[in-house]
Write a protein that binds this ligand. Sequence first.
Ligand code: HEC
Ligand code: HEC
Length: 260
Amino acid sequence: MPHRPHARLALLTAALLAAAATTTAADKVEHAPEAQAFVHGTPSKPSEAWTLAAGGRLYDNWWVALDRAEPTSTHPSYPASGKAKGAATWRCKECHGWDYKGRDGRYRTGSHTTGIIGVMGARGRDEADLVRLLRAPVHGYTSDMMRDDELLRVAAFINRGLHDMSDVIGADDVPLGNVERGKSIFQTICAACHGFDGRLINWGTVEEPSYVGTEASRLPDEVLHKLRNSHPGAAMVNLRALPLSDAVDVLTYAATLPTR
Ligand code: HEC
Ligand code: HEC
């Protein structure tokens, strides 16, 4: 078959636009069939960077990351006082937060409050112990939900893949990176899919758009998590192989992009 990069790009763009028009952030994101292995699969010899980012995507939304059935019940440890229900209550981030600080972080107040502790105190903890904790009744993750090798990725992420949000995002939610370096990375990497102004993909609605700039200025800790680990179900790159400061720089620049 002749090499037709433009036709393939057009197809991919059409798929991205269709996905953007019809999905919300928590839905499965459509991607081209040839991206299936990159988005949901495992390399034959996983690098440390791949493992930590894959663990981070499980922390975000494990069933979308793994292309598996979503839970139908509300998690038994999710407090009755909480506002979420159903599948969402099975996401690690729903109880422990995008800043990994649970009740001591951003989820101290607001619609995601649960009163549950964060996971920062578990940094450096033995990975086999972490897997046991995730299989124990307080968490109740079965092997149909995540296999042992998959739980080990989350454990690796907790052990050595977290960053302290207060080191990188200052008061008033302003990220503390280098905006010029962030611009260089954004224009040469992110713009391929998101456009130079970050508005090529809209995961909100036409009336209430959600672009890179919208989310970076409103939810910087969530965006930093996604920059380091990628977005579950999406054929998106991640910056895990690069120093944390690069991701913070991109976040800092992204927060200057148009929000609508
Ligand atoms: C429905 C809420 C809920 C969800 C979802 C949840 N957890 Fe937890 N987690 C808890 C509670 C409650 C505790 C405290 C348990 C205790 O102290 O006995 C906890 C404790 C922990 C701890 C120990 C923290 C410490 O400092 O001792 C880690 C690590 C952890 N969870 C990781 C995860 C990961 C990884 C996921 C997703 C795969 C996850 N949790 C999903 C409720 C949740
Ligand atoms: C190869 C294409 C591609 C590249 C490169 C890429 N992204 Fe994405 N990104 C996507 C797709 C696809 C989505 C999912 C959109 C959706 O939910 O419909 C996404 C989603 C996002 C989201 C939203 C996640 C959410 O909460 O819904 C953010 C923020 C984001 N990207 C930022 C970036 C930044 C910053 C870069 C550069 C480091 C980048 N992306 C590079 C394709 C890409």
